[in-house]
Write a new protein. Structure first.
Length: 144
């Protein structure tokens, strides 16, 4: 009887663990891809409409989310934007962490940890909206 009780407790704990991290797992799985940036807006304090940087400062861009380690809740990302004038690549890379609900992403860029974004991702579309380097940013993309 004691063995059966322990087995039931273990099974319930495993199920709760799986259910608790399933949203993080789903978001991480959907993120792991190469995304073509379709919109890159910044929102200065005095401009609620935002300023579209794609086509103005950058001609194109990609956002790559690499494999996410669920055990440690961390993954790598790389943002590459092509300068519209020089054609040079502007590279930003770092680490990202997801909350358990898979809705908020914390970004570590150049050792700065105060970056975050709300995440809305499907298998084909990506939307990130949050604060990066003290500036409100909204990035949209589609799967390459």
């Amino acid at each position: 009887m004691n063995y059966s009780f322990k087995s039931t407790i273990f099974l319930l704990a495993s199920l709760l663990f799986f259910i608790g991290c399933s949203d993080e797992r789903k978001t991480a799985k959907n993120l792991e891809a190469i995304w073509s940036i379709t919109s890159y807006k910044i929102f200065p304090e005095d401009d609620p409409e935002g300023l579209e940087m794609l086509g103005l400062q950058f001609s194109k861009g990609t956002l790559v989310f690499k494999s996410y380690d669920l055990e440690n809740s961390i993954g790598d990302f790389e943002l590459v934007l092509e300068d519209a004038i020089s054609g040079d690549a502007v590279l930003t890379n770092g680490f990202y962490m997801l909350d358990e609900a898979g809705e908020v992403m914390s970004l570590v860029i150049d050792e700065a940890e105060d970056n975050f974004a709300n995440v809305d991702v499907s298998k084909e579309e990506l939307k990130l909206e949050g604060m990066i380097d003290g500036v409100k940013v909204k990035i949209e993309g589609e799967l390459l």
